[in-house]
Design a protein around this ligand. Structure first.
Ligand SMILES: [Zn+2]
Length: 253
């Protein structure tokens, strides 16, 4: 269990902390009831200020207070929320952001933690999509990309497939996954080819279309040699190096 009884004060003392109204706003967000949230199949528990959740997210406002403005605790108020399909790694970052006002910068983490932090930032991104937090979504995909860059790692085919399938059509994470796969395939230094991503194509024509389009966009388009011109023997039914029977005979032309 991760209990946030006494939140850190950093949100209060940030440099952009301008006036007494803002101070009173945060005072009120950190008052009132705590709600228990159970995340993931393992039901990891957080106790979080309800006012804080509802202030930042219309999702939580709808869950806890409907259309009303959150008020002090009343009998019968909902005090518990189960989020079995969400990921505790992402939720942990969300709670830190709520109380500390910012995400940890992946650049300040040790080398060996960067990739795992990126993975958590992707989970956070998916939470933000559901909780209607567009700014935090953008911050988390920035951290995801920077984490990969600094770790000099890319997700493997299985991870790419998983992330692609979890993301909606046209989403930034779909775009990013197909661009990563496309770059791996096109990299002359890499041994990866389309075969490496076979699992991503299975039952998923969208992935194939997005990835080939990512190659076209990424290369700026490359005009191949015209396949209807020259090099006849590569289309003939004879072995390479065999003398071509039709080259010397008029009727073969
Ligand atoms: Zn031939």
């Amino acid at each position: 269990m991760y209990f946030i009884g006494s939140p850190t004060r950093s949100r209060f003392w940030r440099k952009d902390f301008l006036n007494i109204e803002t101070y009173h706003l945060y005072q009120s967000l950190l008052s009132g009831p705590l709600v228990d949230i159970y995340v993931g199949k393992e039901k990891r528990q957080w106790s979080v200020h309800r006012n804080l959740l509802c202030h930042y997210s219309s999702y939580f406002e709808a869950e806890f207070v409907g259309n009303e403005v959150p008020k002090a605790k009343r009998p019968g108020d909902k005090q518990r929320l189960d989020l079995p399909d969400d990921d505790p790694r992402g939720f942990e970052l969300f709670v830190k952001w709520l109380y500390q006002g910012q995400l940890e910068d992946v650049s300040e983490l040790p080398e060996e933690s960067k990739y795992d932090y990126s993975v958590a930032c992707h989970k956070l991104y998916m939470l933000c999509d559901r909780f209607d937090l567009p700014t935090l979504k953008n911050i988390s995909i920035n951290q995801y990309r920077r984490g990969l860059l600094e770790a000099q790692l890319v997700p493997d085919a299985e991870e790419i497939n998983e992330i692609y399938k979890q993301s909606p059509r046209g989403s930034p994470f779909r775009k990013l996954m197909t661009q990563i796969a496309a770059r791996q395939i096109m990299d002359p230094e890499s041994e990866k080819d389309a075969e490496s991503y076979r699992s991503c194509f299975e039952n998923n024509p969208d992935f194939a279309v997005d990835m080939v389009n990512a190659i076209k966009t990424g290369t700026g388009g490359v005009l191949f040699n015209d396949p209807t011109e020259g090099a006849e023997c590569q289309y003939h039914d004879h072995n390479d190096g065999d003398i071509c029977q039709i080259k010397d005979k008029r009727r073969g032309i």
